[in-house]
Design a protein around this ligand. Structure first.
Ligand code: FUC
Length: 753
C-alpha cells in the first residue's frame, strides 16, 4: 500500500476524530478498531429531525422595507435591530447520528503487530493484529451499488463474536428473520428555545418525525444464536456481516411520518440478496475506482513510511513530507466520493459522518461558504457525478425559495439564506443578523450550476436545469435592487459573519456589501452568457446587463484593500475568518491576477491585512485565493498551516484550524469543508481554467520542483495531464474538443483540440 494513498495507525482509535470513515454517499461509518470491543459509529444521510413546514414570517416584507429605509439613512444598528426582531424566521433542523454497531470479540490477551488502515486506492478499511500467535483480520467497505456496508472478520483460531446496536434516539432492537434490527425515530422538531435548540418528540402523528430501520445480517462458519437484541457467534474463523439502513424519508416536501415511504422491507431485501462477499466487494471497488482513478497526483519529494499520526506530528516540525500533502489530497477526493453520489443527499457540514446528538451547528447545510466549499473540487477533479446531489438540492431549494422570496420580500424568483436543511429551509433563521440575514446562497449555488455546464459542456443541462434556476435566482436580486443616485445595489446587507464599527458600535448590517454585489453581478453575467448560448430570453438578458451597468463597482480603500461594506469603516475583527468580499477573486473570476491587476493587488492587500490564521475552512479558502493570485509559495504556507495536528474538538472561531489524526479537517471542531478546500486549492495551484484559457502550473510553489498530475478537468470538458521538472512544465496533454489558449511556462499558445 502506498504512503500517499494509505492512512494507517498502530493503535485503535481512542476518539471519533481518530476513527476511520467509510461511506457510500448515504451510509457512513466511523471505524474505531479496538481489539476486543470494535465499534462502528453509523450514519444515514437522510436522518434529520423535522418535517416540511411553513417558515415564512408574517409581516416580513414590511420589516424588510423598514430595514432598507433605515440602512439608506445610515442607521445601521437600527436596521439590524429591525431585521433581528421582526424579519427573521425559525431555526434549521438537525442531522442526527443513527447509532453504533458494537462488535464484541471474545479475545483475551495483549495484541501485537497491530495495524489499522484505510486504503484510498480501494476504499477499504481494515484492522489486523495477533494475540497469542493467532492472527486476526477485519475488513470494511461501503458499497454504493449494493447499498450496504460489508465487513469480514477472520481469525487463525475459532473465535466468539457478539453483535449489538446502541442508539441515542428513541429506538428498539429486535431480531426479524435472522436480521438484527434497530428501529429508530427522529424528533419531530429541533425547537429553538431561549436560543438553544431542543430536539423534541411529540405524541400527535402530525408532529412525529422520520422513522428508520438499520439491519445486520451475519454469514459465518461459526455457530449462530439469535438473542432478543443481539447476534452471538461461537467458534468462527470466517465471518461476514452486512449492514444497511433505510429511512421513511420520501422527499423534502413529504411528511416523513404521515407520508413516509416503506423502509423496513427494503432493509430485508438488501440484506437477503447480499450473499457473495467477494463479488460485492469487487463490484464496490470497481464502482469507486471508476471515479477515484481518473486523477493522479505525484509531487516529487520526501514521503514518509511512518504511521499517519506520526507523519502529522513530524510534518509540523520539518514540513518535508510532501507525500502527506498528496495523501490528504487523495483523502479529500475519497471523502467526496464517499459522501456524495447520485441519489444521495449532498454532504453536510460533516459530510455524512456525525456521532453527536447535538452536532455543532446541527451539522446542517451552512451555505455562506461551507456547503459550496464541499463541492469546489468535484468538477476540476473529474467527478461530475459527485455534483449531482448538490444540483438536486438547488432544484428543490428553488421551490421553497420561491415561497421565501414571495413571503419574506414580496419578490419574484427564488432565494435562500445561510442555512439549509433536509427540508430545504430557505428563509433566514433567527439569531444574529451577521449570519442569519444573508440572501446570497441562491446566487452562490447557481455559480455551481453554471460551472457544471462550463466543465461538462452539457448544453441540455444548461437549458433544462441550470438556466431556469439561474434565471429565478437572478429575478429575485433584480426585484429587490435599490437605486440611489443612479447606482444600483442590494440594500440592506451583511457580509458573513463580520461587522464594522460605526458610531462606536459593532454593526453587521450595512447599506450594501461587496460580497452580495459580487454574487449578484456574477450571477447576472453568467445568466446573460447562458441566455446567449441557449439563444433565448434576449430581453431579460438586456435588463440584466442594464442593471450590471448601474451596479456599484468594487472599491479600493485607503490602505489599498478592497472595501467590505458601503463605506470605509473600521473592521470589527480585523483578522476575521471570513473573507467574503473576495468572492470576486474566488470562487468568481471578476477579479483575476492577469486581467484586473489593480483589483488583484487590492485582494492581496485584503488577505495580508486579514492575516493567514483561521479556522480549517478559512485556511482552505485562503489556499484557493493565493492560487488565484498566482502565488504558489503563499498557498503552500496555508497548506502547511492546514496540516497542523489538532486534538481539541471544542468550537474555536479563532486561528486554530488544522487536521485531526484521521486527517479530517479541524475547524475546530471537525468540519469537512476544509478537506475539500484543500483539494480545490491544490488543484488550482496546478491548473486553472476560465473563458477558454487553460493555465498550467499557475501557482507552483518553489518547493514542488517536479511532479505530475493527470486527469484534471478544465472548463470546456478538457482532460489535462501535466508533467513538470525544475519548476517548469516539461510535458502536457490536453484531450477534448475546441480551441483554447494554453498558458504554459509564461507563454500563451493557441491550441485546437
Ligand atoms: C459559519 C462559519 C463558522 C462555521 C459555521 C458552520 O457560520 O462562520 O466558522 O463554519 O459556519
Amino acid at each position: 500500500m502506498k504512503n500517499s494513498s494509505t492512512l494507517f495507525y498502530t493503535s485503535p482509535a481512542k476518539a471519533w476524530t481518530m476513527a476511520l470513515p467509510i461511506g457510500n454517499g448515504t451510509l457512513g461509518a466511523m471505524i474505531y478498531g479496538d481489539v476486543k470491543e470494535e465499534k462502528l459509529s453509523l450514519n444515514h444521510d437522510e436522518l434529520w429531525t423535522g418535517k416540511p413546514k411553513d417558515t415564512v414570517r408574517e409581516g416580513a416584507p414590511e420589516s424588510f422595507e423598514k430595514a432598507r429605509k433605515l440602512a439608506l439613512e445610515c442607521k445601521y444598528k437600527e436596521a439590524q435591530d429591525e431585521i433581528e426582531n421582526n424579519f427573521e424566521s425559525t431555526w434549521s433542523q438537525a442531522y442526527l447520528p443513527l447509532g453504533d454497531l458494537n462488535i464484541s470479540f471474545g479475545i483475551k490477551g495483549k495484541a501485537k503487530d497491530y495495524k489499522r488502515y484505510l486504503d484510498l486506492d480501494n476504499a477499504v478499511a481494515g484492522v489486523e493484529f495477533t494475540v497469542k500467535d493467532v492472527k486476526y483480520t477485519r475488513e470494511y467497505f461501503a458499497s454504493y451499488p449494493h447499498k450496504l456496508i460489508g465487513m469480514k472478520f477472520t481469525s487463525g483460531a475459532p473465535a466468539d463474536i457478539k453483535i449489538s446496536f446502541s442508539c441515542q434516539l428513541k429506538s428498539s432492537v429486535s431480531v426479524d428473520d435472522n436480521i438484527l434490527c434497530l428501529d429508530g425515530e427522529a424528533h419531530g422538531e429541533n425547537v429553538q428555545n431561549n436560543e438553544s435548540p431542543r430536539k423534541t418528540y411529540f405524541e400527535e402523528d402530525s408532529m412525529r418525525g422520520m422513522l428508520y430501520r438499520a439491519g445486520v445480517k451475519a454469514d459465518t462458519n461459526g455457530k449462530v444464536t439469535y438473542g432478543t437484541d443481539c447476534i452471538v457467534i461461537e467458534g468462527a474463523t470466517d465471518t461476514v456481516l452486512y449492514f444497511t439502513a433505510v429511512t421513511s424519508f420520501n422527499g423534502y416536501d413529504k411528511h416523513p411520518f404521515l407520508e413516509g415511504k416503506e423502509y423496513k422491507k427494503p432493509v430485508a431485501d438488501i440484506l437477503t440478496s447480499a450473499n457473495d462477499y467477494e463479488k460485492i466487494k469487487a463490484d464496490s471497488v470497481a464502482d469507486y475506482q471508476n471515479i477515484y482513478n481518473r486523477v493522479s497526483l505525484e509531487i516529487d519529494g520526501e514521503s514518509s513510511d511512518a504511521s499517519t499520526d506520526k507523519r502529522l506530528k513530524e510534518f509540523k516540525k520539518t514540513k518535508n513530507d510532501t507525500g502527506l500533502i498528496t495523501l490528504v489530497y487523495n483523502y479529500g477526493r475519497y471523502l467526496a466520493i464517499s459522501s456524495s453520489r447520485p441519489g444521495t443527499q449532498p454532504g453536510n457540514l460533516q459530510g455524512i459522518w456525525n456521532d453527536k446528538f447535538d452536532a455543532p451547528w446541527h451539522a446542517n447545510y451552512t451555505v455562506n461558504i461551507n456547503t459550496e466549499m464541499n463541492y469546489w473540487p468535484v468538477l476540476m477533479t473529474n467527478m461530475a457525478e459527485v455534483n449531482e446531489p448538490l444540483i438536486e438540492m438547488v432544484k428543490e431549494l428553488s421551490v421553497t425559495g420561491a415561497v421565501a422570496a414571495k413571503g419574506m420580500y414580496n419578490a419574484k424568483g427564488w432565494v435562500s439564506h445561510h442555512n439549509v436543511d433536509l427540508w430545504r429551509l430557505a428563509t433566514p433563521v433567527s439569531g444574529r443578523a451577521s449570519w442569519a440575514f444573508w440572501h446570497g446562497s441562491s446566487g452562490w449555488l447557481c455559480r455551481h450550476l453554471y460551472e457544471h455546464y462550463e466543465y461538462t459542456g452539457d448544453v441540455d443541462f444548461l437549458r433544462e436545469t441550470a438556466y431556469p434556476l439561474m434565471k429565478g435566482a437572478a429575478q429575485f436580486y433584480l426585484d429587490i435592487m435599490t437605486e440611489e443616485n443612479g447606482e444600483k445595489f442590494l440594500c440592506p446587507g451583511t457580509s458573513p459573519e463580520h461587522g464594522f464599527i460605526y458610531n462606536d458600535e459593532t454593526c453587521n448590517v450595512g447599506k450594501f456589501t461587496t460580497m452580495s454585489m459580487s454574487i449578484a453581478k456574477d450571477l447576472f453575467l453568467n445568466t446573460i452568457k447562458a441566455s446567449e448560448i441557449l439563444g433565448i430570453d434576449k430581453d431579460f438578458a438586456k435588463e440584466l446587463q442594464a442593471t450590471v451597468d448601474m451596479m456599484h463597482e468594487l472599491r479600493i480603500g485607503s490602505e489599498g484593500q478592497l472595501l467590505e461594506y458601503d463605506g470605509e469603516f473600521p473592521d470589527a475583527e480585523p483578522h476575521h475568518r471570513h473573507v467574503s468580499h473576495l468572492y470576486a477573486l474566488h470562487p468568481a473570476n471578476l477579479i483575476t491576477a492577469d486581467g484586473t491587476p489593480e483589483l488583484a493587488n487590492a485582494a492581496r492587500r485584503t488577505l495580508e491585512r486579514r492575516g493567514d490564521a483561521g479556522t480549517g475552512w478559512s485556511l482552505g479558502w485562503k489556499i484557493n485565493f493565493w492560487a488565484r493570485l498566482f502565488d504558489g509559495n503563499h498557498a503552500l504556507k496555508l497548506i502547511e498551516m492546514q496540516l497542523r495536528p489538532v486534538k481539541s474538538v471544542g468550537v474555536n472561531y479563532g486561528g486554530g484550524g488544522g487536521t485531526y489524526e484521521n486527517l479530517f479537517d479541524a475547524h475546530p471542531p471537525f468540519q469537512i469543508d476544509g478537506n475539500f478546500g484543500f483539494v480545490s486549492g491544490i488543484t488550482e495551484m496546478l491548473m486553472q481554467s476560465r473563458d477558454g484559457k487553460i493555465y498550467l502550473l499557475p501557482a507552483l510553489p518553489d518547493k514542488w520542483q517536479s511532479g505530475s498530475v493527470k486527469g484534471l478537468k478544465a472548463k470546456g470538458n478538457v482532460t489535462v495531464d501535466i508533467t513538470w521538472k525544475n519548476g517548469k512544465v516539461s510535458d502536457y496533454k490536453l484531450q477534448g474538443k475546441g480551441t483554447f489558449t494554453v498558458i504554459v511556462n509564461g507563454e500563451e499558445k493557441a491550441v485546437t483540440l
